[in-house]
Design a protein around this ligand. Structure first.
Ligand SMILES: [Zn+2]
Length: 161
């Protein structure tokens, strides 16, 4: 018996997306990979998540075609780095929509916000998809974040590769 209902075969695209992104750990793993945190230990540290939970979410995101594991050598044993696929990279506007919604309708305990900044012109984007100042489409190549975790630091986003 499955642990949870699967919506992966649902006719509704919201249900199919929720099957992949509708889990907090999975979304936060994606956030970390977008921010360039690509290794198990680094993601584990950032999220303070148990090994088994992180392994399971990484497996789910790989099975969904959102992440791909690539081995790298660290000392004696090979380990994996996790990279976004093209489909994973295409989820950036999903995260941006969540940023916008949360900053309009929920409180940041510290008052700090996540700034989405157009790398082309330096303007703060007020939409998750395009820069209203210069018209640039906001992709991993053209967007930097200032994250509440590291105020004042601009974070280049990680794409496939
Ligand atoms: Zn711009």
């Amino acid at each position: 018996m499955p642990l949870r209902t699967s919506w992966s075969q649902d006719n509704c695209p919201i249900a199919r997306a929720a099957d992949i992104f509708g889990d907090p750990w999975s979304l936060l793993v994606l956030r970390e990979v977008f921010m360039g945190n690509k290794r198990f230990e680094g993601i584990k540290k950032a999220l303070a998540v148990a090994d088994n939970i992180l392994s399971e979410r990484l497996r789910r995101l790989i099975d969904a075609g959102v992440l791909v594991a690539r081995p790298y050598s660290a000392g004696a044993r090979p380990r994996n780095e996790y990279h976004l696929t093209a489909a994973g990279t295409d989820a950036l506007p999903v995260l941006h929509a969540m940023v916008g919604w949360a900053q309009r309708h929920t409180e940041s305990p510290s008052g700090k916000i996540l700034r989405i900044i157009c790398a082309n012109c330096g303007s703060e984007a007020d939409s998750g998809t395009g820069c209203r100042s210069c018209g640039t489409e906001l992709t991993v190549e053209t967007t930097v974040w200032e994250h509440p975790r590291t105020p004042g630091r601009l974070i280049e986003l990680n794409g496939p590769g």
